[in-house]
Design a protein. Structure first.
Length: 439
C-alpha cells in the first residue's frame, strides 16, 4: 500500500511537470536540511537549519538569512537558512514587527515580493548592503546550498520552483519565483541571476513603496532582467545587458592573465517598470506568536492557534493563463499579464513609473506582452538610476564592481562570476585567488 501511494504521488508530480513548460518545476529532493514537503504548521525551532522557502501570500512567505549573526550576506550566502512569517517548513519564524512593509505581486510568469524590515533580527549585519541568492552558486549546489522554493500562487498547490532569486540586505529584500515560460521567455531568463550588483528595482522592477505599505496586487510582466526590446516593422528583437567585471587569474604557466566580463556601459534602469493593479491593502501582517516563544535558539511545540498540518499536495493544475500546455506556445509576446483571474476587491491602482529611455527617446511601460517603443539597444545614461534603489550591492556609476565593506578584507565576487572563476581554477589552478573570495 505504501509503495502504491508513492507511485501514485510520483505519477501526479510527473503529470504536473508535463503540464508546465520545461525548466519551471524543480526536480530532485528538497535537500538534506529540509522537510520532504512544504508543511504548515510545524514546531518552533529558532535553531533550525532548514532551507525551504514558501512564497504563498503577503502574510505567508519566507526569506533566507544567516543562521548566526551579526553576519554579512556575502559572507554567509552558502549557509543561509529559511525564516518564515508562519510556523512552516521546520524553518525559523520571523517575529512580528520585523517586516515593516510588503508588496506581493502576482503575474502570469512569476510571483514577486518586495519589502522592508529590520533584518538585523534575522542575524543580518547592521548596515549590510546585502547580496543575491539563487539556486545556482559557484558549485552549482545553490546559494544557500540545498535551498529550495515552493509557491501556491501558480495553481493552488505547493509547486517546487526551479528558478528563483532573492536580494537580501539589512533593511530591504526582493524575491521572485518563476512559474511559467514560453519559447521566448524561459523561467531561467525571467529569473536571470547574473546581475548581482544591479539592485532590486533594476532586476525585479515593479511598484516599490516606502516602509508602511502592505499590499497584494496583480501586476504586468517585466521583461527578463537586462533585456531591451526593439520593434521594427512588427518584429521584436532584443539586446541584452551583461554586468561588467574585470579581474586577473593566474594560469598554469604561473603568469597573471586579465579577463573582462560584460558590457562597459551600464544602463540606468530596466527597459520598463510594470504597473500594478487590483491592489488590496492591509494595515500590517502578523502571525500572532508571542515574542517570548521566538527568542534566539528557542525550541517549542506548534504555537497556539495553529492546529492542523497541511503537507504539500500533489500539484494538479497548470500554469497561470494556460490550459494544459498553452504556456509553452511560441512567439515573442508573453501571455496576457493582467493577473491570474484574481477575485480581489480593487481598492486602488498603483501607477508605475516609466522605464528607461532608449536611444530614440521613446519610453515604454509595457512588459513582454507589450509591443515596445524603444529603438535603442540600451537605455541612455540620463535620469535617476533605479539601480541605486533596493538592496544594492557595490554598484558604481562607471558600471564596474565597486565592492562593499565586509567584516573580512576580501573581495565579494558575484555568484555567476564565481562560476566562471571556479571553471578557470579547475583547468588552470590559481593560487592568486584566495578561497575566501569564493564564498
Amino acid at each position: 500500500m505504501f509503495f502504491s501511494a508513492l507511485l501514485l504521488a510520483s505519477s501526479a508530480v510527473a503529470s504536473v511537470r508535463a503540464a508546465y513548460p520545461a525548466g519551471v518545476v524543480a526536480t530532485g529532493t528538497q535537500g538534506t536540511t529540509n522537510p520532504p514537503t512544504a508543511t504548515m504548521p510545524t514546531t518552533i525551532n529558532q535553531k533550525s537549519m532548514a532551507r525551504l522557502l514558501s512564497v504563498n501570500s503577503i502574510d505567508d512567505f519566507c526569506l533566507f538569512a544567516p543562521p548566526t549573526g551579526p553576519s554579512a550576506i556575502a559572507d554567509t550566502e552558502t549557509e543561509e537558512v529559511a525564516w518564515c512569517t508562519m510556523p512552516r517548513n521546520n524553518a525559523r519564524v520571523i517575529p512580528d514587527g520585523t517586516i515593516t512593509g510588503v508588496s506581493f505581486l502576482k503575474t502570469d510568469f512569476y510571483v514577486q515580493i518586495m519589502g522592508h524590515g529590520d533584518f538585523t533580527k534575522l542575524n543580518v549585519q547592521p548596515g549590510d548592503a546585502g547580496g543575491e541568492l539563487d539556486p545556482h552558486g559557484a558549485e552549482g549546489t545553490g546559494n544557500p546550498v540545498g535551498g529550495n522554493v515552493t509557491t501556491t500562487v501558480a495553481d493552488g498547490t505547493d509547486l517546487p520552483i526551479a528558478e528563483w532569486m532573492l536580494y537580501m540586505s539589512a533593511n530591504q529584500f526582493c524575491l521572485r519565483a518563476c512559474y511559467n515560460a514560453n519559447s521566448t521567455y524561459s523561467s531561467a531568463f525571467m529569473c536571470w541571476h547574473e546581475l548581482d550588483v544591479m539592485g532590486c528595482e533594476f532586476v525585479m522592477p515593479g511598484t516599490y513603496h516606502d516602509a508602511g505599505t502592505f499590499e497584494t496586487c496583480d501586476a504586468d510582466v517585466a521583461y527578463p532582467p537586462g533585456w531591451y526590446p526593439t520593434v521594427v516593422d512588427g518584429t521584436t528583437s532584443f539586446s541584452t545587458f551583461a554586468q561588467f567585471f574585470t579581474g586577473i587569474y593566474t594560469g598554469a604557466d604561473g603568469q597573471p592573465t586579465p579577463y573582462t566580463v560584460g558590457d562597459t556601459v551600464t544602463p540606468d534602469a530596466p527597459f520598463s517598470t510594470p504597473s500594478s493593479s487590483n491592489c488590496v491593502t492591509k494595515a500590517t501582517i502578523s502571525n500572532g506568536i508571542a515574542a517570548s516563544l521566538l527568542t534566539a535558539d528557542a525550541v517549542g511545540p506548534v504555537p497556539p492557534g495553529f492546529t492542523s498540518s497541511t503537507p504539500l499536495a500533489a500539484p494538479t493544475g497548470a500554469p497561470p493563463g494556460a490550459s494544459s500546455n498553452a504556456a509553452a506556445s511560441s512567439g515573442a509576446a508573453a501571455p496576457s499579464a493582467s493577473g491570474n483571474g484574481s477575485t480581489l476587491t480593487t481598492t486602488k491602482k498603483s501607477t508605475a513609473t516609466a522605464g528607461a529611455t532608449g536611444a530614440s527617446g521613446a519610453k515604454s511601460t509595457g512588459g513582454p506582452n507589450a509591443s515596445g517603443s524603444s529603438s535603442g539597444a540600451n537605455p541612455g545614461a540620463s535620469g535617476a538610476s533605479a539601480a541605486f534603489h533596493g538592496a544594492r550591492v557595490g554598484y558604481s556609476t562607471t558600471g564596474e564592481f565597486a565592492g562593499i565593506a565586509l567584516s573580512q578584507p576580501h573581495l565579494y565576487i558575484p555568484s555567476h562570476l564565481r562560476d566562471l572563476i571556479a571553471g578557470l581554477r579547475a583547468t588552470q589552478p590559481s593560487p592568486s585567488l584566495p578561497d575566501a573570495a569564493m564564498h
